[in-house]
Design a protein around this ligand. Sequence first.
Ligand SMILES: *Cc1c(COP(=O)(O)O)cnc(C)c1O
Length: 452
Amino acid sequence: MAPVRFQDAIMTGMARDGGLLLPEHIPSVTDRLAAWRDLSYEDLAFEVMRLFADDLPEADLRDLINRSYATFRHPDVTPIRCVDGIHVLELFHGPTLAFKDVALQFLGNCFEYVLERRHCQLNVLAATSGDTGSAAISGLRGRRNIRIFVMHPHGRVSPIQERQMTSVLDDNVFNLAVEGTFDDCQRIMKTLFADLDFKDGYELGTVNSINWARVLAQIVYYFFGAFRVMRLTGASRVQIAVPTGNFGDIFAGYVAHRMGLPVSRLVLATNENDILARFFTTGDYSQGPVRATISPSMDIQVASNFERYLYYRVEQDPARLSALMKSFAVSGRLGLPPEGSRMDDTIVAGTANTVHTLETIREFHARHGYLLDPHTAVGVQVAREFHRPGEPMICLATAHPAKFGQAIIDATGQDLAHHPVLDALANLPTRCTLLPADDTAVREFMQQHIPR
Ligand SMILES: *Cc1c(COP(=O)(O)O)cnc(C)c1O
C-alpha cells in the first residue's frame, strides 16, 4: 500500500485495504530523553508529535496542541498524585472528566484545521455505550465544517453520561437515543458506513479509537508521567499499569516504550472481559461473550487496536498479519508462540473481578482518603500483584470517580464522589431525538440535518 501522510491518516481513520494505519517507522528518542525531562506537558506534546506529524507546519502544530490542552482544569494537564507508594497519573482533568478527552480534544482541533484548508466538511457518526460519546461531543462541539451525530442506546447509559451528552446544545451536535441496545447502534453504524453512496455523498467520518491521532495524543502522557516520577523518585525506569478495553491506551504506551522510554513493564489490566489478559498469560486470544461490569468502558471482547500490536509480533510482515486477522475473523480465535519465556518482553497482564475492584476502592478510600473510579481500580488492583520494590509503579487513572458514583456507593456505602461540573448538569436543558433501532431512520435523520 502507498504511504499516507499524517493529515490524510487522521481524516481517513482506517487504511483503504481495511487494515489499521501505523507510522512507517517508530523513531528512537533515547538521545533526547534528558532534554525532554523537564518540559511542560504542551512542550513535550510538541516534541513527541512533530516526529509523526511531519506534514503540519510547526507553528500550527504548537497552536493545535495549546488550544487542545487549554480546556484542561489542571496546569500539568495530566498530574501525578502519589498514594500508598503508587503514582497515580490522573488523566481525567479534561472537559468530560475522562481520559478520552486527551485524544478527542486534539482530534477535534485537527479535524477543524484540515477541513478548513481543504474546504471540506465532515459528518461524524458515532455509537457510544457511555464515555466516548461525551468526549467526542466535547471535542467537536461548535466546530466549523463539522457535524456530529451520536447514537446511544435509549435508557441504557447512566443518567450522568446521558446528561453529559444531551446538555450540549450547539447547532452541530445531534444526540440520537436509539430504541435498542449498544449492539443495535453499532449495527446501524456498520450498515451506514457500508452504504458507500451515502457515506461518500454525505462525507461521513468517525472518531473511533483506531484513529492514529488518538494513539499519538496518548503517547505524550506516558513520557510526561514517567519523567515526573523519575524526577520525584530518582529511579531510572518505571512500570506502568493500564486498565484496558480496546488496547488503544496501552498501545500508546507500547509505542512510547519502542521509542525508548525507560519502561521496564507495562501491566495490562482487564475486568472480567479478559481476552487480552488471557492472551498475554497463555497466548490464546479467543473471543468470549461480553459481560456487563462496573467498569463498562472496558466491557469489550474484540480489542480493535490489538491488530496494531500484532504487527510488531509478526516482524512487521503485513502478509502474516493479514492472514492472522482473517483467520480470527472466521474462527474468533488466534494463537501466537511466546517470546522467550513470556508472551511479551514488556507487557504482563492480570484481571481484577468486581469483588476485588470494589474492595480496592473501599480500602484506598479508607486508608488514604483517595477515591478510585472503577476502571482505575482495576488497574491498581492488578498493579499491586506486579509490584517490585525499588521500581516505581505508575497507575493510569482513566476517569474521575464522580462519573461512576454508583460504584463508589457500592464500594464505600457512601455517596462520596461528586464533581461540580457533573452536579451542575442536573439543571441544564437538554436536546435529544428518539429514533427506532433502524438504519433507515438514522439515515433519514442525517439527510434532513445535513444541508446539501
Ligand atoms: C475507554 C476507557 C478505558 C479503556 O481504554 P482503551 O483505550 O479502550 O483500552 C478505560 N477507562 C475508561 C474510563 C475509559 O473511558
